[in-house]
Ligand binder design. Structure first.
Ligand SMILES: Nc1ncnc2c1ncn2[C@@H]1O[C@H](COP(=O)(O)OP(=O)(O)O)[C@@H](O)[C@H]1O
Ligand SMILES: [Mg+2]
Length: 347
């Protein structure tokens, strides 16, 4: 390997990594992917890659030697790994932010501390289970860490169910199930001197996995602006550089509650590749590499559908219309509920 030009290191090799790599290429930036899985879509598109456990010091040292800057495509890279890298090279967004956002308790506590509303929650370790308020049910119990696509979540109808349930340890939060009207997300990018964001995406989940996202979201301008304002406050308070996503519930009373923050590019932002003047991926690369951000402008209305598991086979042989863009992540292993691709339709 011959590192002569600026090289961006990316942790994680999934579809988000693949789209980041492709955006970097468009900007003439070399990429080096570090992934722990051989079945990683990004490795076919980057300039170099390593497949290794994220804690392998020898591999990490080699990686550091050959990159100028590191970023990541998902937040569950061990904090110790990012912190180790940070001692030698810039990591963007900063690992200290990831430490907060990797943990649902720290994340929600941070949000509440800056005056942003979330759903009601308790840390199981710190509450007397018998005394927990009946009003919180039906509820969801979520692991503090490592959950995604609904993994690590348990639905509990009532207190009786809850008291009967035996939790392995108490590293969970319990939160009230929100009877929401809609879910939306804001994808926002902060650079050194400028912050830009897309208007809200309207998201529909099935079994806690994103099914589709559409733009424009069917909400009024006031709510859209308020969601953008909240997202701006969060990104500024975190002093975050790069693209992140804020997921919201809109309650029946038209109030916004933040569900969670993804400190990375996000599935709901896939449609930006086809419906906007700039994608969430390109703006992330621009922000962390200190290039000028592009202000997002919507060119089309659009809807993006995720393609899970076996459904990918059907799409592989399906005729794709002129206004549709089909992305096959090319993952080798087809698994039930695994995100295998997506299709975006523009109007
Ligand atoms: N408190 C809640 N009330 C209602 N729905 C919820 C709640 N928490 C999660 N969900 C549903 O499950 C989806 C995934 O949960 P989320 O907390 O975002 O975890 P993940 O990290 O798996 O994305 C949400 O987008 C929403 O549809
Ligand atoms: Mg989520």
């Amino acid at each position: 390997m011959n590192k002569k030009t600026f090289t961006l290191g990316i942790f994680g090799g999934g579809q988000l990594g693949k789209f980041l790599v492709q955006s970097a290429k468009k900007l003439n930036i070399r990429t080096f992917v570090f992934t722990d899985s051989i079945d990683s879509p990004a490795i076919y598109h980057c300039d170099d890659f390593i497949i290794s456990n994220y804690k392998n010091k020898k591999k990490l040292d080699f990686f550091i030697k050959n990159i100028d800057l590191a970023t990541f495509e998902f937040e569950n890279i061990p904090f110790e790994t990012l912190d180790y890298i940070k001692k030698k090279i810039r990591v963007s967004p900063d690992p200290s932010i990831i430490k907060i956002l990797q943990d649902r308790l720290k994340e929600k506590t941070f949000l509440n501390s800056i005056g942003i509303k979330t759903t009601e929650f308790y840390y199981l370790k710190k509450v007397n289970k018998k005394k927990i308020n009946n009003n919180i049910f039906p509820a969801l119990v979520k692991t503090l860490r490592l959950g995604y696509d609904g993994k690590g979540q348990i639905f509990l109808k009532d207190k009786k169910n809850f008291l009967k349930y035996s939790f392995k340890n108490n590293e969970y939060i319990i939160e009230k199930l929100v009877n929401f009207k809609k879910e939306i997300s804001i994808v926002i990018t902060r650079g050194k001197n400028k912050t830009v964001s897309f208007d809200a995406f309207e998201n529909l989940h099935k079994h806690q996995i994103l099914k589709n996202s559409k733009i424009p979201a069917n909400i009024n301008k006031k709510l859209n602006d308020e969601a953008k304002k909240i997202s701006k406050k969060i990104i500024d308070k975190l002093n975050y550089i790069g693209t992140m996503c804020v997921e919201f519930f809109i309650t029946k009373k038209n109030k916004l509650l933040v569900n969670e923050i993804a400190p990375r590019v996000h599935n709901s932002g896939h449609l930006t590749m086809n419906a906007h003047n700039v994608s969430q991926f390109e703006n992330h690369i621009r922000a962390i590499c200190n290039l000028k951000l592009k202000k997002p402008k919507r060119i089309h209305k659009a809807i993006m559908h995720n393609i899970l598991g076996q459904d990918i086979e059907k799409y592989r042989s399906k005729e794709i219309a002129k206004n549709e863009f089909f992305y096959d992540y090319g993952k080798k292993e087809i698994k039930h509920k695994r995100k295998m691709g997506h299709i975006t339709k523009i109007f």
